[in-house]
Design a protein around this ligand. Structure first.
Ligand code: COA
Length: 162
């Protein structure tokens, strides 16, 4: 891969081990990956944007990932990517059900900026059915989330839900 910056965007409410798995794969290919946390008015988040960003930073440190920077963004993803000098958008693929949405997102982003490529990494099989909502639901009903989210996130979730 050329010396290129990649942006890995998402809501990360909260970041899960599945996201970290994709991030680690991206960081092994790209010298610089920006984990871009969307402010995203569309969803009713469990964690504020500031907290999601700080949890992502803690999770990256906990995982010992190098070459990763965490930033927040609002508005069009391609505009943010270009403002960072990024040439690629990283997305993770879990089950085949992700494909249609990802295809649509990638083609829309390509129409908006043909010079930014979308690049896909396959998740590890233990995370195929993991999502942030699943982790939140397990936590809400008193289940153990440690297998699904980084330790810092498990602590933050426990603090929120009592
Ligand atoms: N492991 C675990 N969970 C994963 C995952 C993985 N590898 N990949 C995705 N997920 C989960 C997420 O946690 C999320 O779960 P949730 O619905 O329970 O919260 C769900 O899958 C969807 O995640 P994702 O596809 O990353 O969507 P998102 O809402 O987190 O992020 C943006 C979408 C922010 C990238 C997209 O809306 C965007 O680019 N917005 C900016 C506006 C724009 O430019 N739009 C494009 C033109 S239309």
């Amino acid at each position: 891969m050329r010396e290129m910056t990649a942006v890995y965007p998402g809501t990360f409410d909260p970041i899960t081990n599945g996201h970290l798995d994709i991030l680690a794969r991206a960081a092994s290919v790209f010298p610089h990956v920006i984990l871009a946390v969307a402010e995203n008015g569309g969803k009713q988040p469990m964690f504020s944007i500031g907290r999601r960003v700080s949890l992502c930073r803690d999770a990256v440190t906990e995982a010992g990932l190098e070459g990763v920077e965490v930033r927040r963004f609002d508005g069009l993803l391609v505009r943010f990517a270009r403002s960072c000098g990024a040439g690629a958008i990283v997305r993770g693929l879990r089950a085949t059900s992700d494909f249609e949405y990802e295809f649509q997102l990638a083609l829309t982003n390509r129409m908006l900026d043909p010079l930014i490529e979308s690049v896909f990494f396959m998740t590890s099989k233990q995370y195929v059915f993991l999502s942030s909502s699943t982790a939140k639901e397990i936590c809400r009903y008193g289940g153990d989330v440690h297998r699904f989210v980084p330790d810092c996130v498990a602590r933050a979730m426990a603090d929120l839900t009592g």
